[in-house]
Design a protein around this ligand. Structure first.
Ligand SMILES: [Zn+2]
Length: 642
């Protein structure tokens, strides 16, 4: 960066600023010389300190200079700034609140201060200049700026607990449905699914296929395996570079899965990351490499010119720290880069969102994960019920992932068996992730959803609370999450209640002290709320039966189960939405269904008429932001509805 600070000077009109930067330029030369003499200070620290000082010189206080430097390093590693990199500062005498660093002459990281926080964007160098010169107020909905949000994968703390669940595919089950539980991250699930798809089409998983899923306490997937034939199994597991999968022998699946999970959990440091490719430096010469069937990375690369065998071995060792080269398939995208006719870098494409890049540095090879920045577009869908929610949502081209989310979120207050009637409507406004070039990658989060039922209407809005989590609130700013769920089962998969002359979907009466949900055998049943398992055994006409104690007043009971989920027994704590068992027809039952009861002070109450207290309301400050977001969303929604 300092190498090109002269370029910066040309961009600054404020004379006093020039002085300050010249001063630091001098200081930096002293630093450089010290570095050469003592080599006490690493390039990372050097660039970091320099940037902080330049920012302070330009007008930030120490705290802001630190925050801004941290924001920058979340987008690009400071030690990878090259002599193609340079700093861009705003024009004029206006308050200093933004700056950019052009990484390679084409792409830039732009940092801007809003209120108390700093926002980080990826943009073109050209636009960074323009923005700092003319458009510093245009941050919202700016198509030229791509905001960097949280990294997709965070290393799970070493001592974190994980839980496993055995799964069996029944009719209608999908891998996605098994992988998804509330609280889990959509992006991770899609990635896990994609990694699995490299070896096997998830749509072709046969009935009775068995496997296991291992998750963290928060519901994030650490890995899973499926037995796909008598011998063949596929394991999929989390690594610092994302999910990877491998074909293994059935008998090794469990051992290998746990070995990989332990390896991942043993990682204590975050891998090096970048949001701008380290191979976009204009000084690099690049070559696309394809691995031939039957060959491997080492043998393929050693045939290339200007590749020193020792360098190559070191490079692959560096790669191995975050990516197993054995997972590279024939035809997978690999790029070799040369600088001054010397081997400089290797890049391996892991998936649509990620590459592993190994760079030749002064201190040997260093590995980075290049996480491609994505932008969100919003899509609108309207589902009109004509046969059932599942079929009608496919007809409306709603992604299955969004349907699952929507049903889960409405399950607190909608009885998906009895409340849905013909010509009822669901409206969904959701995000879709696209790459830089506008190519669709995967669905994001629901922004807004509305259920228009016969008896009532319900709305929910996505809102990021002060703790930084996305949660959902109704129009009054009350959390849609309630103590108990009205539909403690996958509501999208229920057999449609209406239109059938005879069906087992009884309502609540003196004789029938619960409500029934007709679903296929094996459909997962969720805990309606957090609580402790009070009973999990066979209970006469109820068949296999679970009862959960939620608090001093409420209990829920689930009957006719096919089987209990793993580790579900008396005394175990369960979380709302956790799978506790599977739909069956045990006990006195005419066909597979879930019989669901709610007890208030040990007396049966009608789940349909149950009035649970409203969820936690946003505080005054949050309400102000919420109302703005609500108005904005409703304006967009009304545009589509018209
Ligand atoms: Zn019943």
């Amino acid at each position: 960066m300092i190498y090109n600070i002269y370029k910066t000077l040309l961009l600054i009109s404020n004379k006093s600023l020039i002085k300050i930067i010249l001063f630091f330029l001098l200081a930096s030369h002293i630093l450089v010389n010290n570095k050469i003499n003592s080599s006490n200070i690493s390039k990372d620290q050097f660039n970091e300190e320099l940037l902080k000082k330049v920012l302070q010189g330009a007008g930030f206080n120490l705290k802001d200079a630190n925050l801004a430097t941290n924001s920058f390093s979340s987008a690009y590693p400071l030690e990878r700034l090259t002599d193609s990199s340079y700093l861009i500062l705003p024009f004029g005498d206006k308050k200093f609140d933004s700056f950019a660093i052009s990484i390679n002459g084409k792409e830039a990281v732009l940092i801007t201060k809003t209120k108390k926080t700093f926002k980080t964007f990826i943009t073109s160098t050209e636009y960074a200049h323009y923005f700092l010169e003319k458009e510093r107020d245009k941050i919202l909905d700016n198509k030229n700026l791509l905001e960097i949000e949280d990294h997709f994968i965070k290393i799970v703390p070493k001592n974190s607990n994980f839980a496993d669940e055995n799964i069996v595919f029944n009719k209608g089950d999908t891998l996605l449905n098994f992988l998804y539980i509330p609280g889990a991250k959509r992006k991770s699930i899609n990635e896990a699914l994609n990694a699995f798809s490299v070896h096997f089409n998830p749509k072709k998983i046969k009935i009775k296929t068995k496997g296991k899923i291992v998750r963290t306490n928060n519901g994030n997937i650490l890995g899973f395996y499926l037995f796909l034939s008598k011998r063949k199994a596929i394991i999929t597991y989390l690594t610092p570079a994302g999910y990877q999968s491998a074909k293994v022998h059935n008998k090794d699946a469990s051992i290998l899965l746990y070995k990989n999970i332990k390896k991942y959990l043993g990682q204590t440091t975050q891998p090096n990351k970048t949001r701008i490719s380290l191979l976009n430096d204009p000084q690099l010469k690049k070559k696309n490499i394809k691995i031939m069937k039957g060959s491997n990375l080492f043998n393929t690369l050693k045939k290339h010119k200007q590749v020193d065998i020792n360098d190559l071995a070191n490079m692959i060792e560096s790669l191995k720290k975050i990516y197993n080269p054995k997972n590279i398939k024939a035809g997978q995208n690999i790029i070799l880069a040369y600088k001054n006719n010397k081997l400089f870098a290797l890049s391996v494409k892991v998936n649509e969102l990620r590459e592993v890049q190994v760079i030749n540095t002064d201190a040997g090879f260093k590995e980075y994960i290049y996480e491609k920045p994505v932008k969100k577009i919003t899509l609108f869908r309207e589902i009109i019920i004509s046969s059932n929610l599942y079929v009608d949502s496919i007809r409306a081209r709603l992604p299955q992932e969004i349907l699952i989310d929507m049903v889960r979120l409405f399950s607190y207050s909608i009885d998906f068996q009895r409340d849905i009637r013909k010509s009822n409507r669901f409206i969904v406004f959701y995000e879709y992730l696209q790459n830089y070039q506008g190519v669709n990658i995967m669905p994001g989060n629901i922004i807004y959803a509305k259920a228009k039922l016969d008896k009532n209407e319900m709305e929910m809005f996505k809102f990021k609370t002060s703790d930084g989590e996305n949660k959902y609130y109704n129009q009054f700013g009350e959390s849609i999450r309630k103590t108990l769920m009205k539909t403690p089962i996958d509501g999208a998969r229920l057999s449609s209640g209406f239109g059938k002359r005879i069906h087992p979907i009884l309502g609540y009466s003196k004789m029938h002290k619960g409500v029934d949900f007709a679903a296929k055998q094996g459909t997962p049943i969720y805990a309606a709320g957090d609580g402790i398992i009070e009973r999990a055994n066979t209970n006469g006409g109820y068949g296999k039966y679970i009862r959960i104690r939620h608090n001093s007043e409420y209990k829920t009971a689930y009957a006719h189960l096919y089987k209990f989920a793993r580790k579900i027994k008396k005394g175990v704590f369960v979380k709302q939405g956790q799978t506790i068992g599977y739909v069956g027809s045990t006990g006195r039952s005419t066909g597979p269904h879930l019989h669901y009861e709610i007890l208030f002070n040990n007396k049966h109450v009608n789940p349909q008429k149950l009035k649970l207290p409203d969820g936690k309301k946003l505080n005054k400050d949050e309400m102000k932001d919420f109302d703005k977001i609500k108005a904005d969303v409703l304006e967009k929604v009304n545009f589509f509805i018209r």
